[in-house]
Design a protein around this ligand. Sequence first.
Ligand code: PHE
Length: 458
Amino acid sequence: MAEKREHWGSRIGFILAASGSAVGIGNIWKYPHMAGQNGGAAFTLVYLACILIVGLSIVIAEFVIGRKTQLSPVGAFEKLAPGSSWKYVGYLGVASAFVILSFYGVVGGWIIKYIVVSITGGFNGLAGDPEVAGNVFNTFTTATWSPIIYQVLFMGFCIWVIVNGVKGGIEKWSTIMMPLIVVLLVVLAIRGITLPGGMKGISFLFNPRFEDLTASSIVLALGHSFFTVSLGMGTMMTYGSYLDKKQNLLNSALWVLFLDTAIAMLAGVAIFTTVFALGANPAEGPGLIFVVLPSVFPQLAAGTLWGTLFFVLLFMAALTSAISILEVVTAYFIDQKGWSRKKATIQFGAVITIVGMFCSFSLGGGVNITEFLGISFFDAVDYLSSKYMLPLGGMFTAVFVLKRWGIPNFIEELTSGMEDSNLSSSLIRSLLTIAAGVVAFIIFNEIYSKIVGVALIG
Ligand code: PHE
């Protein structure tokens, strides 16, 4: 514990690492199909409002707590509220990291598999036939061992980056991969826009269709704003703990939100222009990426190249998020238990990989430990984490600042590194209160709908 805490090498390195965490499968896979199905620009407007009100205040809260304490969540809450129960919010974060990475690693494995399939020309036989593409996807994901091989590979990459530390691992790889993600997406988006009929995809994504915007789309947008900015499990707190006092946290937070949103929209453009140009079904939903796109790419000239680039960029986005999740677990064992980085990462990376195998097995591989609940273990952990664990973590973080730590202490830390330090404490109090209130309502709504059978809204 006596070892000096690692720090980011540069301001841009931190911003790229934090936005690398935010930009992930959520942006490239979830956002486009959610926007497509829930009113296009109408959904995007609601989502932007959620990001600016709920997202911004909680990202800043996490950065501030992390930098103030120079500790990951459990230690951070314990330091600011010694001997209290607040540290359990930190434990909830570590638990969320465990749960999320277990299924995220499985999807990461699918992405590697699709890179391999694309490079070897495997999409060619799927041209224009999403049904066959769907069968290929189902056969692969419901097999027992082949998804596991790829999941282990993905987790191996993740462990390797984290073993290399904050500067030599996370920052180094985020600085390489984030610009590549943007460049690849821009190339794919230009390819899509310049295809005959591609512009129809733009109007599908950006024309507001308020008639498609239901109450449940609003709840969806709120929940997604949490997941996509990696909030509520202490990722941003942990990344914030490697900062020094010189950084302008408000400015960094705005950059992270901007990059996260811009990349989600760019992904939407790249995907929908291509889908429309080739007359595929845009309302496919979750199957858009693994089913529709593999049947669309081979119809383009140089389709193998476009398909491969797409899955490579998806891999990089997934990896820069997955490492941030593993870092929460690793940092806990380093900060609280005094373990070495290598030991913590390898041991717990391995445990998470094993739990993840059970997520994969539950899709058809023969073992489903949540069979008694009537859902797959994969869906159970996804549901539990995104509907309850992350929102609860975020809500408690806001409540902690409001009720325990106090707005003046919060502002003092926030303004260190800022030139203009005249922040209105009533504005900050209102934003945090709204964020906590909104999230509390969503969780209540979810529980209510489970018990009563109908949601209050949605
Ligand atoms: N933000 C990531 C994505 O959009 C997922 C994530 C959630 C990462 C929570 C870290 C913590 O895919």
